[in-house]
Design a protein around this ligand. Structure first.
Ligand SMILES: [Zn+2]
Length: 123
């Protein structure tokens, strides 16, 4: 967690905020606006909760991420849906019951069947 990052939490109707600040080399501390510092998000969350053990990563959210982002379909999912639709369209295509040839529409199939002696390899 980079120094300067702000973490926010709501507990019992009150909003809390800690700022990530640089501590000892390679370490960060979590500082409340009143100057209290804790060495982990869990310790800071626990302090908010009056000493109850706390999973800091669940307790705190990155500032600006408190509102659940609107669910957007992932491109992969959209692609899969398109493929499913294509497969369904493929299934819906009329097929000659004799030779199995597939047609783009019922008219093409009707034409094929009407001229089966010429067009249908199974006739
Ligand atoms: Zn046919």
């Amino acid at each position: 967690m980079a120094p300067g990052t702000r973490l926010v939490a709501r507990y019992k109707g009150a909003d809390y905020e800690v700022e990530v600040v640089a501590g000892e080399p390679g370490k960060t501390r979590y500082r409340f606006a009143d100057g209290q510092e804790f060495k982990s998000p869990s310790a800071a969350g626990s302090a908010v909760m009056g000493g109850i053990a706390c999973n800091g990563w669940r307790f705190w959210s990155l500032e600006g991420e408190t509102a659940a982002p609107a669910a957007k379909p992932s491109p992969k999912r959209a692609q899969a849906a398109a493929q499913t639709a294509q497969a369904a369209a493929g299934k819906a295509r009329p097929r000659c019951p004799r030779c199995g040839k597939q047609f783009v529409g019922v008219r093409q199939l009707a034409h094929h069947e009407a001229n089966a002696d010429r067009l249908c390899i199974a006739a």
